[in-house]
Design a protein. Structure first.
Length: 233
């Protein structure tokens, strides 16, 4: 998550997801107040903006006995946050689905492998599809499409990101979910990616299809996301 002056957009949603996924993966409860305490401690002397990752893990679980009772621990790490607007993304489609895609986890070998392939081919990142070319998500982002004044999210197995959920709340009736395939892309007006690190980032190309990164709906989305009141750690 991105922390700006000790505040996070969607902090409650981040903590809810972390708690839910801890219960699902480790069959154990996670105290969200302890997470907040560790975040405040880690960032006590930090001003401005920083990216923070909270990883839940159990160092005592053995490879041969992952079914043992777990006692999850917390690891908080930081890295610098980008200060300048990022350029539009160019995505290359790839047939891939993350394992247990509805959970945010560290099993990223497949996603990063396809990101590397895309970058070696002159793109910035990978856009995942199933065997029928139905689009799901980018390697570490949700993907959205602009259709007139509406935004469309692909109906597929993917991680429902916090930024996507915040945008949906702001858009209300102007957002919908439906299957989107690669063959549908020629008919959309604009494409964008969302995650908690960059917010809303325009997509200028998928494979050989290109769009302008100056569509007015993209500016509206950026303003709506910027208008979300951040929560104090």
């Amino acid at each position: 998550m991105r922390v700006d002056d000790q505040r996070v957009r969607g902090l409650t949603l981040h903590l809810e997801r972390l708690t839910r996924d801890c219960r699902r993966i480790f069959d154990a409860d996670l105290d969200p107040d302890r997470v907040r305490h560790l975040l405040r401690h880690t960032l006590a002397d930090t001003a401005g903006s920083v990216l923070v990752r909270v990883t839940v893990f159990d160092p005592d679980l053995e490879l041969g006995r992952p079914g043992a009772d777990a006692e999850p621990q917390l690891l908080v790490t930081t890295r610098p946050a980008a200060t300048a607007p990022l350029p539009p993304l160019r995505l290359q489609s790839a047939p891939h689905c993350r394992e247990l895609p509805e959970v945010k986890h560290v099993g990223l070998f497949g996603a990063l492998r396809w990101r590397r392939v895309a970058q070696r081919n002159g793109f910035d990142d990978a856009l995942f599809t199933d065997a029928g070319a139905a689009i799901s998500e980018a390697a570490t982002s949700n993907i959205g499409f602009v259709d007139g004044e509406r935004i469309v999210w692909p109906e597929a197995d993917c991680l429902a990101g916090v930024t996507m959920r915040l945008i949906n709340k702001a858009r209300q009736a102007d957002a919908t979910t439906t299957p989107v395939t690669l063959s549908d892309l020629a008919g959309v007006d604009a494409v964008f990616a969302t995650n908690a690190v960059v917010g809303v980032r325009s997509v200028s190309a998928v494979d050989g299809i290109q769009w302008s990164d100056e569509h007015p709906v993209l500016d509206i989305l950026r303003r709506q996301y910027a208008g979300v009141r951040p929560e104090l750690l």
